[in-house]
Write a protein that binds this ligand. Structure first.
Ligand SMILES: Nc1ncnc2c1ncn2[C@@H]1O[C@H](COP(=O)(O)OP(=O)(O)OP(=O)(O)O)[C@@H](O)[C@H]1O
Ligand SMILES: [Mg+2]
Length: 236
């Protein structure tokens, strides 16, 4: 193990119940405050890897550690520290209204009502949700759902945020708002994206995965300059 890692996945793999490999035997250490972008072609295992590192799926081989301790032995206390923006917002949105969705985690954290009202107000403005606060999330457009999902996670400022394609489906203005908010976030961030520009703006470390569902490169932002390699593995 690496002493200063916040989250470690050691020799982990995951196979879905139907026998499909999610990803294959990989080891990754993420330090506190790091901003990591996972990049790779469709189906290379980014979403699966994020779910395993966040403790949402149990690895088939290997171990996931948080601050050196097994993630699954004290998952309840860890869950509060982790925010997860799913690629498909329908997995996440379950409250009767957008406003309830925004309040949900704040209520779980037993936040003071006036502080909660202030945050809901601020995030509804930033993410342009004021006109849809009373709508049920399932009656929203794809981009609106994504906006609600991202806002509902950022609003409670978790220590560690996983964002799976946070800007898919959203318009340019929303994309800018999401980037601006993430640029000022000082926790640990693990993101997957097909938009290299987003990775460049938000991340300081790039992990590339390939069709074989392996990690093929782990480096700084200069990784994104290797256009021929990115083309070879199907990213551009
Ligand atoms: N629920 C599931 N059941 C069975 N196989 C799955 C399931 N979800 C994903 N897979 C398979 O696992 C592999 C990894 O999928 P994953 O969703 O992690 O890829 P990804 O890199 O996130 O792709 P994308 O860029 O399209 O989001 C793929 O081969 C995919 O078909
Ligand atoms: Mg995915």
């Amino acid at each position: 193990m690496v002493d200063d890692a916040l989250i470690s996945g050691i020799d982990i793999s995951y196979t879905y119940p139907d026998g499909t490999k999610g990803f294959n035997r990989l080891t990754v250490h993420v330090k506190k405050g790091e901003k990591v972008a996972l990049i790779g072609p469709n189906g290379c295992g980014k979403s699966t890897l994020m779910m395993v590192l966040a403790g949402l799926l149990k690895p088939e081989t290997g171990r996931v550690l948080i601050e050196g301790r097994d993630m699954h032995s004290n998952i309840d206390s860890i869950r509060r520290r982790i925010g997860f923006v799913f690629q498909d917002p329908d997995v996440f949105l379950f409250n009767p209204s957008v406003e309830d969705e925004l309040r949900y985690s704040l209520v779980q954290l037993e936040m003071d009502v006036s502080e909660m009202d202030m945050l809901v107000n601020e995030f509804s403005k930033v993410f342009n949700l004021e006109n849809i606060l009373h709508k049920p999330p399932f009656r929203l457009s794809g981009g609106e759902k994504k906006r609600v999902e991202v806002a509902s996670v950022l609003i409670y400022n978790p220590d560690i945020i996983f964002l799976d394609e946070p800007t898919s489906n959203v318009d340019g203005k929303t994309r800018r708002k999401i980037i601006e908010t993430l640029e000022t976030y000082n926790g640990t961030l693990i993101l997957s994206t097909h938009e290299l520009e987003i990775a460049e703006k938000i991340a300081d470390r790039i992990i590339l995965m390939d069709q074989e569902k392996r990690m093929v490169l782990d480096g700084g932002l200069e990784t994104l300059e290797n256009r021929s390699f990115l083309e070879e593995i199907g990213v551009i």
